[in-house]
Design a protein around this ligand. Structure first.
Ligand code: PEP
Length: 248
């Protein structure tokens, strides 16, 4: 059964007191929902949040190293994340693909190291505006999945969460229409059926990300193949994030 999931990606926002106060508000909000709530704060806050979180909130890193451990100054390993109770990590967010030049091959290595260390990857894929306008977006998404994810075994891929995030919708205020989101989610699921099986494809949650907010979440989440959202800007406010969680 596919899980409903809402992830809040805080990106590089908020100093210590603001971050703790938002996290405390989420902890106290007692959001009654069968939806899995995952928060991805800047990594400096993960350890503190991990020891103070309520049981219905899970934590994700925004990134992790592609190496196990060793002389990689500034990096954080998957085993470190696991050791402080962080169960998830974003992989391949478009901002990292763009600003850190993360390649499909590097992302494949990150996926492997996360799975080996029992941290669940939230794999982000999506096309930029040029590819949307030229109509080549199916090819882009297919190659991102094939190059970084489809080497996994049947049992490994079932652990992964996929997020479709059209780059032209991230942080722009332009959201994919419910029809556009459903079309790509169904396409991703069909690739999972082809590469694995219908049973496997039906166990993998596919989230939508890109200017999703309290006003449009419901019409996005009501689509058959949309299992939740990866939320950026709207995750920085407890009321809008709570409203999104309740939008199923
Ligand atoms: C994101 O950062 O993954 C994202 C979807 O951002 P926003 O919701 O701000 O578009």
């Amino acid at each position: 059964m596919r899980k409903r999931i809402v992830v809040g990606n805080w990106k590089m926002n908020m100093n210590n007191s603001a971050a703790h106060s938002l996290f405390q508000s989420l902890n106290n909000a007692e959001i009654v929902s069968s939806t899995k709530i995952i928060i991805a704060p800047p990594s400096v806050y993960l350890s503190g949040f991990s020891s103070n979180k309520s049981k219905n909130i899970y934590l994700a890193a925004q990134n992790c190293s592609d190496n196990e451990n060793g002389a990689y100054t500034g990096e954080i390993s998957a085993s470190m994340l696991y050791s402080i109770g962080v169960g998830y990590s974003l992989v391949g967010h478009s901002e990292r693909r763009q600003y850190q030049n993360e390649s499909d091959l590097l992302l494949k290595q990150k996926i492997n190291v996360l799975i080996e260390n029992k941290v669940i990857p939230i794999f982000c894929c999506g096309e930029n505006l040029d590819k949307r306008e030229s109509g080549d977006f199916y090819k882009v998404i297919q190659s991102q999945l094939e190059n970084s994810l489809f080497h996994l075994s049947n049992s490994e891929i079932k652990e992964v969460v996929i997020a479709y995030e059209p780059v032209w919708a991230i942080g722009t205020g332009v959201t994919a229409s419910p029809g556009q989101a459903q079309e790509i989610h169904a396409f991703i699921r069909s690739l999972l059926v082809e590469r694995y099986s219908l049973e496997t494809a039906e166990e993998i949650s596919i989230l939508y990300g890109g200017s999703c907010n309290a006003s449009n979440a419901k019409e996005l989440f009501m689509n058959k193949d949309v299992d939740g959202g990866l939320i950026g800007g709207a995750a920085l406010d407890v009321d809008s994030f709570s409203a999104i969680i309740k939008s199923f």
